[in-house]
Design a protein around this ligand. Structure first.
Ligand code: HEM
Length: 362
């Protein structure tokens, strides 16, 4: 029996359908009606606590209070993250696995990703010249699929570019899809995991040569804390944890084009080519436009925060979209204002759109 009598609470046996209906507004609406950045509700048949704002984000990312294991609902695991991946790990094992990812994010690596993006974008733009019109989002998915595969060392034949771009995008386009379309995401993940597992096997059997600096080589030979190689499925899930989110950046490219269209006045600064102004614009696109509505964790051990009790094992959601639009943290949060990032460096504000880590800016 929860003794959290003072935590604002939404009544109802289960509010999952309201969540599906209200989407990005679900937590914001209740934050308004309950005038609280913390409230309790019922989701997927269990008690859930919802958090909003940068203060709550700090507690949510305190790994001594929250764990990731078992937090992602099955439909998200079967499409977006895959099973056994870094997002569902905690403690030393998580730090060790995450270090494998971060070892690939050197300045040289990011510089190479920039160079490859320019190369493949230029080639695509030359092809667009002979076309009446293009669908930018669809084209960019293919461009970044080429970039991600070349950077990670994953071979990609010309005739499979569209197929792989579809498979990688189905994984982030379908998690919240409640129609049969959701299973297209499952199928895409199953096929993509098979594709990468074969490559991992070939690398380990020395049937395929890959540069040592490439992710495909690093993940194929990565050893966990017990000095064991990852099984082929998990190694494939982790390679896809690079390819998939890189292709997902296509959504931000589409949002950037939308922002230029919606806010021509604010876009004028981009013409100067000033790197800082470009960064302000990109940060504001990441803050302003919706991507993941929220992220999930479970309470590790019962603790109290601001007089509220967080009981061990309780599903807890951090409102990513709502935190990036929270009036406690952002002036005129619903206005598109790139200039707000001019002083950002010295501010404590965080955009939590990509969790709590520092963003990868292409
Ligand atoms: C489209 C842009 C992206 C968005 C919106 C995004 C969003 C997120 C979010 C919300 C999380 C979960 C954080 C949490 O647990 O609370 C996450 C984790 C992660 N993302 Fe991204 N991401 C993006 C791009 C990328 C890219 C390009 C990469 C790598 C190339 C990447 C690699 C990761 C990894 C490895 C994790 C797990 C971190 C951990 O377990 O500590 N993401 N991302």
């Amino acid at each position: 029996m929860s003794n959290n009598s003072n935590m604002p609470k939404e009544e109802g046996l289960d509010n999952s359908l309201k969540l599906l209906k209200e989407g990005y507004q679900f937590i914001i609406n209740r934050r308004h009606t309950m005038q609280s950045n913390v409230f309790e509700t019922k989701l997927l048949g269990e008690k859930a606590i919802c958090l909003s704002g940068s203060e709550a984000a700090k507690i949510f990312y305190d790994n001594s209070k929250f764990k990731r294991e078992g937090a992602a609902p099955k439909p998200v695991e079967k499409t977006l993250f895959g099973e056994g991946g870094v997002q569902g790990m905690d403690g030393e094992a998580h730090r060790h696995r995450k270090a494998m990812f971060m070892s690939l994010m050197s300045k040289e690596d990011l510089e190479e990703i920039r160079r490859l993006t320019k190369k493949h974008w230029k080639q695509a733009a030359e092809a667009w010249e002979s076309q009446e019109e293009i669908t930018l989002y669809e084209e960019v998915k293919k461009i970044i699929t080429r970039v991600a595969c070349e950077w990670t060392g994953v071979p990609l034949e010309e005739d499979e570019v569209a197929l792989r771009a579809d498979q990688l995008s189905e994984m982030f386009e379908r998690p919240a899809d409640v129609s049969l379309g959701h299973f297209k995401g499952w199928r895409a993940r199953a096929k993509a995991e098979k594709w990468i597992e074969e490559l991992i096997k070939e690398v380990r059997n020395e049937e395929r040569d890959v540069e040592k600096s490439r992710a495909l080589y690093a993940f194929a030979w990565h050893r966990d804390l017990e000095d064991q190689l990852l099984d082929e499925e998990t190694a494939a899930v982790e390679i896809l944890n690079l390819l998939r989110p890189m292709v997902a950046v296509s959504i931000y490219v589409a949002f950037t084009a939308l922002a230029v269209h919606q806010y021509p006045e604010k876009s004028k600064d981009l013409e100067s080519g000033d790197e800082n102004k470009l960064q302000y614009f990109i940060q504001e696109v990441r803050r302003y436009y919706p991507f993941f509505p929220f992220t999930a964790a479970k309470v590790k051990d019962t603790f109290t925060w601001k007089g509220y009790t967080f009981e061990e094992g309780t599903l807890t959601l951090l409102d990513l979209y709502g935190t990036n639009h929270h009036p406690d943290d952002w002036e005129n949060p619903n206005r598109f204002e790139p200039e707000r990032f001019r002083e950002w460096e010295n501010s404590t504000l965080v955009t939590v759109v990509q969790g709590n880590g520092s963003p990868l800016i292409f």
